[in-house]
Design a binder for this molecule. Sequence first.
Ligand SMILES: C[S@@+](CC[C@H](N)C(=O)[O-])C[C@H]1O[C@@H](n2cnc3c(N)ncnc32)[C@H](O)[C@@H]1O
Length: 261
Amino acid sequence: MLTTATRPLNRDAIESRVKELGPWFHDLDLGGVRTAPDHFLFDYPAGKFRRFAQVVPADLSGKSVLDIGCNAGFYSFEMKRRGASRVLGIDHDQRYLDQARFAAEVLGFEDIEFRQGEVWDVGSLGERFDLVIFMGVLYHLRHPLLALDLIREHVAGDMLLFQSLTAGSTAQPEIAPDYEFFEGVEALEQEGWPAMRFIEHRLAGDPTNWWVPNSACNAAMLRSAGFDIVEQPTNDVFYAQVSATPQRYGGAVYPHGGGTR
Ligand SMILES: C[S@@+](CC[C@H](N)C(=O)[O-])C[C@H]1O[C@@H](n2cnc3c(N)ncnc32)[C@H](O)[C@@H]1O
């Protein structure tokens, strides 16, 4: 659970505002008031973050961070705690941004900017960031690879912290650069071949849960979008870097020559 020194805001006032702004997906501790104490994933996302927090530098002084799909701001706050000089959180859901702004006020992080925005519009930010956080968003998108391509093309300056809902085999088999046709069709059947399951209807009642990749698929999509994987601390979390020698990135995706830098 997230804890920090808080401003001397009245506990009752915090409690009633937390209630007004609910329901919350992030369980934050706002001056002793928890925003989602009954979260189905328990102590979320602080408990999850503890499993991979070490991959992100402890000192982010002078660094800029873009948190895409920031929700109530958990990762934005954590990066600010590590000294990031600029943190911008974007989310397309105004309700979550209201939560994030209130949490920032209580936690004393008013210099974090929270802005309404779609991942599809990252090009309009006109800025690259030292660290882009893209946690828990990919599987909510009908066009996940397009989002990764846009992030790589427009806002990723150096590092990417990525997570997706992930299921299936955890194997990451060696994939050959090319296959003869029938050999390739057979190779697709091997355990851990990069694959995403498509959800035509709903998963957990959420119509925006479109895809569930396996671990190898997350890795392959990141590489294909022009990132090198630096660390994979858990099955579903990746710390990656903008690649100096991107694979299949550029011309193949943008037929008119976009993305060839
Ligand atoms: C599962 S939550 C993940 C929140 C946070 N990043 C985390 O890992 O705890 C997904 C978030 O992405 C936001 N989101 C979904 N689709 C989006 C899109 N197309 N553009 C911007 N935000 C989006 C949702 O509103 C929600 O806040």
